[in-house]
Design a protein around this ligand. Structure first.
Ligand code: SF4
Length: 383
């Protein structure tokens, strides 16, 4: 079994907001957004940064984070200053470690618990521990309120509400059998995160994920101690999230807008920020939730801006990697080709859930049942 584990000979070099990646179209910065939650003011700051310093758009990632591409040379200090001032960079040392997904619409519609308070609590605990700055940029936490939308995304450390009083600890996407109550959930997730580093150090490696450790979940759970319940099955990750109008438990409205190919222009971001009543939530499905609205009156404005509120739209089922010109490895301008196929109604696989990529690395491939559409240099291979 250990033969199959990847051997990491270098520390992970995931891009951050300060530690940018040199892409073919300029520097790329990744801004961590724990829980995908932004205030409308923060969304405006990101939109302005994309317009002033980057290529004019924000890329939404499958971890609810935001990327700025095509940054002009030397603009990193200004970007860092803008993000810090907006509260988007609370720790220069921990910035790439703050990868955290949370159930979409938690506390507003559905779910067994409200996991929203866990997000800032976990983030604050993570940033307050100097040792956790060593977490790899690929390390992921996911807090699921019982609806089963993020528990199946194979996060390194996960919390899954089983009922209103019981929370399961997941490691590498599987239930450990360890249980806690809602009040102890964040502390348990932080303890598991620290134990990942302990076990990794014991094994003398530079593993990026819990699944890369030898018997990682079991060794971490053993270090944590405590009784274990029979493990439950973790719900599989859904292919897509909610789209369009959702009536909240309090009678207000949430609008969930899909961003085609996850590329949110500065103008679209400003429309969203102008519509939001307080905060917005970025989802793993590259959509944006505008919660707590009095009704769906803003829907036409969002649609006019090119955002998608129709669950039947092909844009709700199609994702793509950066492709050309952003990635030097790409064999095609993937996004232009997808856009043409959507416009012409010629998506392959019957228009089903599909991920288009410019080479066999298949970056950004969503979890679950997805048809791959891979550029070959002479068209695309499907499947
Ligand atoms: S899948 Fe290939 S072409 Fe697409 S971003 Fe990754 S490396 Fe680049």
């Amino acid at each position: 079994m250990t033969d199959a584990l990847p051997i990491r000979v270098r520390a992970d070099a995931c891009p951050g907001a300060l530690q940018t990646h040199a892409a073919a179209d300029g520097a790329l910065a990744r801004v961590r957004v724990p829980g995908g939650v932004l205030t409308h003011a923060q969304l405006r700051v990101l939109a302005a940064a994309a317009r002033d310093l980057g290529d004019g758009a924000l890329e939404l990632t499958s971890r609810g984070n935001v990327q700025l591409r095509g940054l002009r040379a030397g603009s990193e200090p200004e970007l860092g200053a803008r993000l810090s001032e907006a509260g988007l960079l609370p720790s220069a040392t921990h910035e790439t470690a703050r990868n955290l997904l949370a159930s979409v619409l938690s506390g507003r519609a559905g779910g067994l618990l409200d996991v929203r308070p866990w997000v800032p609590a976990f983030d604050a605990g993570l940033c307050a521990d100097p040792r956790l700055a060593d977490l790899p940029g690929r390390f992921l936490a996911a807090f699921d309120d019982g609806r089963g939308d993020v528990a199946g995304l194979r996060a390194d450390v996960g919390l899954l509400a089983l009922d209103t009083r019981t929370v399961a600890l997941l490691l590498a996407g599987a239930d450990t059998g360890l249980r806690t109550g809602p009040d102890g959930a964040v502390a348990l997730a932080l303890a598991a995160t620290r134990s990942f580093l302990d076990v990794r150090a014991q094994q003398g490696g530079t593993a990026w994920r819990v699944a890369e450790l030898v018997e990682g979940p079991d060794r971490i759970a053993t270090r944590l101690g405590g009784d274990r319940s029979p493990a439950v099955d973790v719900p599989a990750a859904p292919g897509t999230g909610p789209v369009g109008r959702v009536v909240q438990d309090d009678g207000r409205t949430a609008l969930v807008a899909v961003v085609p190919l996850g590329r949110l222009t500065a103008a679209q971001a400003e429309v969203l920020a102008g519509t939001a009543t307080g905060e917005v939530q970025l989802t793993p499905w590259r959509s944006v939730v505008l919660p707590d609205l009095p009704g769906a009156g803003a829907a036409p404005e969002l649609t006019a801006a090119g955002l998608v509120l129709d669950p039947g739209s092909p844009w709700a089922r199609v994702t793509a990697c950066a492709g050309r010109p952003g990635c030097a490895k790409s064999l095609a301008d993937v996004r232009a080709d997808v856009t043409a196929a959507v416009a012409a109604g010629t998506l392959p696989a019957g228009g089903g859930r599909q991920h288009w990529v410019g080479c066999a690395r298949r970056c950004g491939r969503p979890q679950g049942d997805v048809v791959d559409v891979v550029a070959t240099g002479n068209g695309y291979r499907v499947g």
